[in-house]
Design a protein around this ligand. Sequence first.
Ligand code: TXE
Length: 479
Amino acid sequence: MNIQNYINGQYANPLNNEWLDNYCPSNGDIYGQIPNSSKEDIELAYQAAKEAFQTWSQTTPEERSRILIKISELLEQNLERFAEAESKDNGKPVSLANTVDIPRAASNFRFFGNAITQFASESHESVGQDAINYTLRQPIGVVGCISPWNLPLYLFTWKIAPAIAAGNCVVAKPSEVTPMTAYLLGEICTKAGLPKGVLNIVHGLGTTTGQAIVEHPEIKAISFTGGTTTGAHIARTAAPMFKKLSLELGGKNPNLIFADCDYEDMLNTTVRSSFANQGQICLCGSRIFVEAGIYKRFKADFIAKVKTLKVGHPSKSDTNIGALVSKPHLEKVLGYIERAEEENNTILCGGKKVSVAGFENGYYLEPTVIEVTSNECNTNQEEIFGPVVTIMPFSTEDEALKIANDVKYGLSAALWTNNLKRTMRLSAKLQVGIVWVNTWMLRDLRTPFGGMKASGVGREGGFEALRFFTEAKNVCIKY
Ligand code: TXE
């Protein structure tokens, strides 16, 4: 199936008429083409957004809310169609797209549709000076949203929904590896009555199409999720133009498991936090540290459970692990496993490609557990972003904290303990944006989301996202 850009409320071919192949990860086939858009397409999208901003920025929050909630309802009505498209494009199990990706995309629109009606600004009475200050929260104008391939519609809409809720108009680019659901979203937006030009979706490569969004002098804010190297490049490009940036980047998240935790709950959740979405979530707990007293037991039980995970075609209901997103990505992950062995780490299970009968050219990989002897090895320092985790024992709480923080990333951590004082101590000291205690990936859209260190800058989610997508202007009136 060939897809098109969605500019000014209409589907259109790229101006240069250049196309890229779109691969299906579960069987390796090329199943369609996508626009390889140029700077000129971005300019067209920008002009449409600029024009739409004249009226969209003047609509009431209630009007915008009504349209966002309609988009959410239409996504829910089209759940199966979107879930199947997402799975085909990304390789993830349909069961995951059905229960997580698409419902969450719908929630993003509903949440920000509601949130904008509650987004109040502050006022401050300057006592003794006969003055009152109030803050105007005004939309920025035309903003850019660039999203990755791991949670395609989920993350695309996580940016778009707050941007348009706040009254901005958007030029958006999904990952060229997984463009399909973003393409389908255009039609839903038109049906929901989103005025033309408010959302423009342009497909193409990061280095050309994405770069053109970041370089556009009139696109004043960029919300980006993707790799840390790309994030650094975007920051460098945007800096001389003083663009507002929100960067959600990579992670190498620690799971700290203490002997006093609820063992079964921890074990089941740790399998999920390791391998959900083929381990391709920036929040996956890829470094597992276990208190020495229960290390042997954990190692045996964890491996036994991991071995029961079924790698298979994404459309099968008993598949736990589908295909990795692309051939280059599969090769990259295999390269990390090879290097782990060169570093004298021990592959406890997995590590090899899987040939799924009937789909031999798909990008399947066994869930892989590696035992490391030091947190300093590359395997524990670099983001692998696949179904690969490491395990290692620790002796004391201080040591656990030290190794958890001893990494360039700082996105999230999972802490497993029933000791309240330890929970409070570690939560305060972990250098991450999100700490989960006795759970993982429990998300509440009102909370701030984002990372420290090389995991990015800024926070999205809740009112943080609405703050990012608005300019705060203070007005001081002397009376
Ligand atoms: O991401 P890229 P890639 C990590 C993960 C993965 C690595 C690389 O470790 O292996 O990053 O993945 C667009 N200007 N994460 O190469 O390139 C690109 O087209 C503007 C973690 O696939 O960062 C896509 O839409 N845009 C991550 C988006 O950026 C550019 C999720 C992300 O692609 C651009 C994905 C440029 N110069 C990968 N270059 C997470 N945090 O969840 C690329 N893009």
